[in-house]
Design a protein around this ligand. Structure first.
Ligand SMILES: *[C@@H]1O[C@H](CO)[C@@H](O)[C@H](O)[C@H]1NC(C)=O
Length: 356
């Protein structure tokens, strides 16, 4: 009995601990899974932070930002152009706490038979929304080839990248209307280029705009100051992503990261390796902005691209972008959540892989 009792007790305590360990729910709005998310999700970074993360797919940007503002997501990631637009044109209380990526795999892709940008003359091109970030990038690239919206091509407004990729792959909208081209991003470009037959890539955005600030970690402005509750769920979620970003950026973790991407998305090794290479590209990937530091030139380029298409009608000509884009408390770029999260990061050992 004297030997068995401690054994029985510690066994009971261990099971009780396993059963009663509670994770805080966290609703994450996202257009898709980044490589950083897949690493965090597969390697336990979220559960290590005590979080039960639900990725809620955003069907289109209009819906996504309205849902964040009304409290339907705790945080979202989306191209920073949306936050720039909604805050500077419409004074919406949105705050960017860090830069997740530089536009990995952001390309203009087409259906087989369309082989260069000039082939798009007279065609309709699929976009998420006519006045959101990727539509403006598309207009810039086409303008640099002498093609203007309305005169030389039109838009088909169909929604997020996953939807556009699906329609591009099948060659038509649900009602049979033919489709020709659209902007794709990670990981759909890897799926497009490894498809049989591969979908042609007409242009890479990073050949026209770089650095480009694409995915922004975005919260409601009321959540931008974590000082009252530094271990609340938002800084812990950002800490999980920070740990995953560092892991993904370490070349010693290449095989483990590819495995995480493959498992999280149900991808073949070929697609997962292509996706990994784009996620770790130093010009356009997810790991070049160390610890999610925002790129000033990257966001100035986003503003430039929107300006080219007259996208600041409400902000007006006198708006001081140079000043409004300096990071600071209460401003669009407010890094207080990121800074608190840096103190909460739980790193995995380099080369350690719970999956392999
Ligand atoms: C955006 O998504 C919402 C919710 O699914 C939908 O009701 C709305 O029609 C969509 N808007 C566009 C432009 O696709």
């Amino acid at each position: 009995m004297k030997v068995l009792l401690p054994f029985t007790m510690s066994f009971a305590l261990a099971s009780a601990a396993a059963v009663t360990q509670t994770l805080d729910p966290f609703i994450y709005g996202a257009f898709g899974k980044t490589a950083t998310f897949s690493v965090a999700n597969q390697l336990g970074f979220f559960t290590n932070q005590g979080l039960d993360v639900t990725l809620s797919p955003i069907p289109n940007s209009t819906f996504g930002y309205a849902t964040l503002l009304s409290g339907g997501y705790d945080l979202l990631t989306g191209t920073v152009d949306n936050a720039v637009n909604l805050r500077f044109n419409s004074e919406k209380p949105l705050t960017v706490v860090g830069q997740l990526d530089l536009g990995p795999e952001l390309v203009l892709a087409a259906v087989p038979g369309i082989n260069n940008v000039l082939d798009l003359k007279g065609k309709a091109l699929m976009v998420d929304a006519a006045t959101s970030g990727y539509a403006f990038v598309l207009r810039k690239i086409l303008a640099l080839h002498g093609l203007q919206l309305g005169t030389d091509y039109t838009f088909q407004i169909v929604g997020a990248t996953s939807t556009r990729f699906q329609l591009l792959s099948q060659g038509s909208l649900a009602d049979g209307t033919p489709v020709f081209a659209t902007i794709l991003t990670y990981p759909f470009t890897s799926l497009a280029t490894t498809a049989n037959p591969p979908l042609p890539i007409l242009a890479r955005v990073s050949d026209f705009v770089a650095p480009f600030f694409s995915s922004a970690i975005t919260v409601r402005s009321e959540d931008a100051d974590p000082s009252a509750n530094p271990s609340s769920t938002i800084p812990r979620f950002v800490a999980a992503l920070l740990g995953a970003s560092r892991f993904l950026g370490d070349p010693a973790n290449k095989l483990c990261s590819i495995q995480a991407i493959a498992t999280d998305n149900g991808f073949s090794d070929t697609v997962a390796e292509a996706a990994y290479l784009s996620a770790t590209n130093s010009v356009s990937g997810e790991t070049a902005q160390v610890d999610f530091e925002p790129s000033r030139l990257g966001i100035l380029n986003v503003v430039d691209v929107r300006m080219l298409s007259g996208g600041f009608a409400q902000a007006g000509l006198a708006f001081d972008f140079a000043d409004a884009l300096v990071p600071g408390d209460g401003l669009l770029l407010d890094l207080r959540v990121r800074d608190v999260a840096l103190g909460l990061v739980q790193d995995l050992e380099s080369g350690e892989c719970p999956l392999l």
